[in-house]
Design a protein around this ligand. Structure first.
Ligand code: DSN
Length: 420
């Protein structure tokens, strides 16, 4: 086999990768709440020779020989995950958050069983029961919604829905909810109706790891997460659980729903979990919350409303129902000013999902770049100005220039970090 440099072997792919480094480094402010930038050590682990091996099974019990080093890596990931989240057991093999949720449901339930989850437009994820997804297709999903007045999940509403539907499992954990999750409240509801409790902490796992959001254990029975959002690691998923669910969770991942694990990704998960145990990670997570509050302040300054009036975590959900722009138009106008966010439904949104009346804005990626409150508050004001004046081309150019200065002031990678 002949080894060649990528630039020589496949100049087209090489060029696309180079362009993407450039885009991430110096073309726009990355404010999609689920995105982040991983450190070089995670990139190295993901690009490693662990990709060459099949390792079906679990450490010490594989279907193929030669897994000694893979066992070591997977055990490190599992041990670190259990320590960080105070879980009895961790399965680090899910290829994604969706696959983690698939396996978590099937570890305890059968098709047709009843799950109580959040309304999608109130912050939930497709895998929390949407009809176009396996979850809504295979399970009997019922929903609880956000409170009309507080725009938060309140005990009375969740309890009412739980008593009405008598679910086998309740799901909490969201993709677009700017407030802390009250695990004790959900446990009380689950106990009242004799249901299992699962939390999907994909968005907030970095905050939880750093103690900046309450930990879902011991209240939750099973916890799923991705490993690439606020926790800033390899793209993939993970399931954490109490001991009594461990064997079921493992067999629901392999052999029930997956084959060979992506061991290079698991190495990346192990590395990011080590990072998450360091004091700098705690500083980063603390700063995410300060930055998101500063962002909210800037938006408020420009007269924008936010769902629930603000934020306790890494994101805000701007409610555009009183503005002239839709979520889609706001997203497009901001992209033209080099600020990348996503349109997002707000609770009781009158507009369809591809249009929406909201934008979701997150601070993790800019926090990773080193920006602090001053920058985030200024960015909040810039976003507010664009949303109020989406056709103002002069304003967009002015903001583009300022974005470019900010990107220069807060560089992301050195060349040697991302050599390809
Ligand atoms: N796509 C993710 C998000 O943006 O929230 C959820 O999987």
């Amino acid at each position: 086999m002949k080894h060649r440099d990528l630039s020589e072997a496949d100049p087209e792919v090489h060029k696309a990768l180079k362009n993407e480094i450039e885009r991430q480094e110096s073309e726009s402010l990355e404010m999609i709440a689920s995105e982040n930038f991983v450190p070089k050590q995670v990139l190295q682990a993901q690009g490693s020779v662990l990709t060459n091996k099949y390792a079906e099974g679990y450490p010490g019990n594989r279907y193929y020989a030669g897994c000694e080093h893979h066992d070591r890596v997977e055990n490190l990931a599992r041990e670190r995950a259990c320590e960080i989240f105070d879980a009895d057991h961790a399965n680090v093999q899910p290829h994604s958050g969706s696959q983690a949720n698939f396996a978590a449901y099937f570890s305890q339930l059968e098709a047709g069983d009843k799950i109580l989850g959040p309304v999608l437009s109130h912050g939930g994820h497709l895998t929390h029961g949407h009809g176009v997804n396996f979850s809504g297709d295979l399970f009997n999903f019922e929903t609880y919604g956000i409170n009309d007045e507080t725009e938060r999940f309140e005990k009375e509403d969740v309890m009412e829905a739980a008593k009405e539907h008598n679910p086998d499992l309740i799901v909490c954990g969201y993709s677009a909810y700017p407030r802390e999750i009250d695990f004790e409240m959900f446990r009380d509801v689950a106990d009242e109706v004799g249901s299992l409790l699962m939390c999907d902490i994909a968005h907030i796992s970095g905050l939880v790891a750093a103690g900046e959001h309450p930990n879902p254990f011991p209240q939750c029975d099973i916890v799923t997460t991705t490993t690439h959002k606020s926790i800033r690691g390899a793209r993939g998923g993970m399931i954490l659980c109490k001991e009594e669910f461990a064997d079921d969770v493992d067999s629901a991942v392999f052999p029930y729903s997956q084959g060979g694990p992506l061991m290079h990704q698991i190495a990346g998960k192990a590395v990011c979990l080590k990072e998450a145990q360091k004091s700098e990670f705690k500083d980063y997570a603390e700063q995410i919350k300060k930055n998101t509050k500063a962002l909210a302040e800037g938006l408020r300054e420009e007269g924008l409303k936010m769902v629930s009036g603000g934020t306790d975590n890494h994101l805000v959900l701007v409610d555009l129902r009183d503005e002239e722009v839709s979520g889609k138009e706001a997203e497009e106008a901001l992209e033209e000013a080099d600020i990348v966010v996503n349109k997002n439904a707000v609770p009781y949104d009158p507009k369809p999902p591809m249009v929406t009346s909201g934008i979701r804005i997150g601070a993790p990626a800019l926090t990773t770049r080193g920006m602090e409150e001053e920058e985030l508050s200024e960015i909040g004001e810039m976003i507010g100005k664009i949303v109020k004046n989406p056709e103002d081309e002069g304003l967009k150019s002015e903001i583009q220039e300022r974005v470019s200065e900010l990107l220069d002031d807060f560089p992301l990678y050195e060349d040697s970090d991302v050599e390809i």
